[in-house]
Design a protein around this ligand. Structure first.
Ligand SMILES: Cc1cc2nc3c(=O)[nH]c(=O)nc-3n(C[C@H](O)[C@H](O)[C@H](O)COP(=O)(O)O)c2cc1C
Length: 334
């Protein structure tokens, strides 16, 4: 039987499949069903910068302008406002309960873009027992005056700030839209990211032609979206000093295997589990075991990165030259 144990963020996971942040990981029942299905670790849904900021402003007003974010938040009181239980307190409770009830690692997730007081919340997540923090930097660079470098610097400052705040492992989840994703990866790692989670999926707004309004369109991923991640896993494997987590488009066992061969340390799933239910993870895990067993791999570590850009005979296959080949093959067919 192939050994699927995987090192991720300094922890030994029983296999490489992690349930990424989603409503499924937002309840204890969901988390338990994911653990039962075989997930090696879970990432809680994100706590958003806007939520933390909003609540600390409300508290500040309630305490006569006395600043609450930071050390005092750390003292662990979240008075409920007129019976309203705070979102931040709920989050800490979910995390603490998950840590009590589950035996697999539980990562907390913060989602934001600005550096500022809100990042101190990471400290509370550390105190509540998080095995690590996944920082999801979600930003649409819609300001035409901001240069690429300025946008990137804001990412780096945010990572630096969270890194200074906590001692637990830090993963950074980013989208693919950088001029030089590999260079950005290196700079994020230099600021303290110990894992890169590639790639965040941005939800694109749509226009409702009946009501003529802009509507949020949340569609689940399809397996073909995994290819962008596959390429970057392969390019980065062996060239950066951080773990690599793959997210987006992982639906089947074959997707997991391909991403491991390309170089992923762990592979994350959400859409397929929302579509088919947490038990789908068991099917995927069995398929991964089967693939490796049939080919007599001793461990998944033995296979990891064997199809990375550094390892394949034709490294250009992951780059532009492949584009020409693909187009000419298509032209010949038509
Ligand atoms: C309904 C829904 C909620 C999500 N919530 C979060 C979240 O709170 N934080 C986060 O980092 N990612 C969140 N994600 C993104 C997923 O964790 C995952 O990265 C993304 O869906 C791509 O993976 P997939 O193709 O397996 O779905 C969410 C995705 C979905 C579909």
């Amino acid at each position: 039987m192939t050994d699927l144990k995987t090192q991720y963020l300094g922890l030994l996971l029983k296999n490489p499949i992690v349930a990424s942040a989603s409503p499924l990981t937002g309840t204890i029942a969901g988390l338990l069903s994911l653990e039962e299905a075989g997930a090696a670790a879970v990432v809680l849904p994100s706590l958003f910068e806007e939520q933390v900021e909003h609540e600390s402003r409300t508290l500040e007003e309630a305490f006569g302008g006395h600043h609450i974010v930071g050390t005092e938040m750390h003292e662990g009181f979240f008075p409920s406002q007129a019976g309203h239980i705070s979102i931040t307190q709920d989050y800490v409770d979910l995390l603490a309960t998950a840590k009590r009830e589950l035996s697999i690692p539980v990562f907390a997730s913060l989602n934001g873009y600005s550096d500022g007081g809100w990042t101190h919340f990471a400290e509370l997540l550390e105190d509540a027992g998080a095995d690590g923090i996944e920082l999801n930097v979600y930003h649409i660079a819609a300001d035409l005056d901001a240069t690429g470098l300025e946008v990137e610097d804001r990412y780096l400052r945010l990572v630096e700030q969270v890194r200074k705040t906590v001692a637990i492992p830090l993963a950074v989840k980013i989208g693919p839209f950088f001029s030089s994703p590999g260079n950005m990866a290196r700079r994020l790692i230099a600021e303290g990211a110990e894992s890169l989670v590639l790639f965040n999926r941005f939800y694109q707004p749509d226009i409702d032609l009946e009501t003529l309004s802009v509507v949020p369109a949340l569609e689940l991923s399809s397996p073909v979206e995994m290819r962008l991640v596959l390429r970057w896993m392969a390019i980065l494997r062996g060239r950066i000093e951080a773990d690599l987590a793959a997210t987006t488009g992982v639906h089947h066992a074959e997707d997991v295997v391909k991403l491991i061969l390309a170089g992923a340390d762990v592979v994350m799933m959400t859409s397929a589990l929302l579509q088919r239910g947490p038990h789908h993870l068991t099917t995927v895990l069995e398929g991964v075991h089967r693939w490796f067993n049939e080919r007599e791999y001793v461990s998944s570590d033995q296979a990891r990165g064997s199809m990375s850009q550094e390892s394949v005979p034709d490294p250009a296959a992951f780059e532009r030259s492949n584009y020409m080949k693909t187009l000419s093959a298509l032209n010949r067919q038509h």
